[in-house]
Design a protein around this ligand. Structure first.
Ligand SMILES: C[S@@+](CC[C@H](N)C(=O)[O-])C[C@H]1O[C@@H](n2cnc3c(N)ncnc32)[C@H](O)[C@@H]1O
Length: 252
């Protein structure tokens, strides 16, 4: 039978595409991968709208016991629901390849991802450099890659999208303020003037929802700004075209 890999979009149960919903209706089992992102509604809302029971696909199930999902797809239609897009930021290539190796038919149904929803702030998507992820710091784990990535993108005048850590099991979603505090901590150590308090950055919250929030300002201002509920991400602009500058004025 078929493994449907279905992007749900960014916000609620109604962001699924018509094609996605048609596929959902054909499925015998639905799995929701929700450890790498978060919808603004509980799973029950999806179940009610889709008229189907949804099982959580934990990281452990997807990464270590994917065979359990794929085994079902040999005889049944399986829907693997991904928040955002199926292959954006979190790729799910491993599951795709494993299904291919088992000759399981796969259908991909795309949707909006955070990777393109950030277009709304007005910076050209073509002018973003490497995207980077900011993990929660721990006493013995303080990776400086996001700082290096911002620096590298700056050298080519490119914008940087910083995706922020999620620890679903602890109900922890990194805020723009926490990301800024960690980048300032790295700056304090490295002193390369890459991420200073006078740098102008963009904080985004809940993009794609009715109460999305976009704020452009100096790090010193945004570090104290209340962005509200998750999810958040941070954008560091590179060299700005005058049209981009015009757009950014809207969020000041
Ligand atoms: C791994 S990415 C999401 C991948 C997902 N498959 C997609 O296509 O959007 C998760 C991170 O992106 C950011 N993010 C996702 N959705 C967001 C939203 N609606 N508003 C702001 N940031 C968001 C957050 O930093 C979050 O921790």
């Amino acid at each position: 039978m078929t493994l449907f890999m279905i992007g749900l979009g960014l916000n609620d149960e109604k962001d699924i595409s018509i094609k996605g919903l048609e596929a959902v209706k054909k499925c015998d089992y639905l799995f929701l991968e929700d450890y790498t992102s978060k919808l603004s509604v509980p799973v029950e809302k999806l179940e009610k709208f889709y008229g189907k029971k949804i099982f959580f696909a934990t990281r452990e199930l997807v990464e270590k016991r994917a065979e359990e999902i794929l085994h079902k797809a040999i005889e049944k239609n399986i829907g693997f629901l991904v928040i955002g897009d199926v292959f954006s930021a979190t790729t799910h290539v491993d599951l795709f390849l494993r299904a291919k190796a088992k000759n399981i038919e796969i259908k991909i149904i795309h949707n909006t991802s955070i990777m393109n929803a950030v277009g709304v702030v007005g910076l050209e998507l073509y002018k973003y450099g490497k995207t980077t992820s900011m993990p929660f710091f721990e006493p013995s784990f303080k990776p400086e890659t996001p700082y290096d990535m911002i620096n590298q993108n700056f050298k080519f005048g490119l914008h940087t999208l910083v995706l922020l850590d999620i620890k679903k099991d602890q109900n922890r979603y990194m805020s723009v303020n926490e990301a800024i505090a960690q980048l300032l901590e790295i700056e304090e150590k490295r002193k390369q003037k890459v991420f200073t308090k006078s740098l102008k950055v963009i904080g985004c919250a809940r993009l794609g929802s009715d109460n999305q929030l976009i704020k452009y300002g100096e790090v010193s201002e945004l570090m104290r700004y209340d962005f509200g509920e998750p999810l958040h991400c941070l954008i560091i602009p590179g060299k700005l075209h005058f049209m981009e500058e015009e757009m950014l004025k809207l969020w000041g």
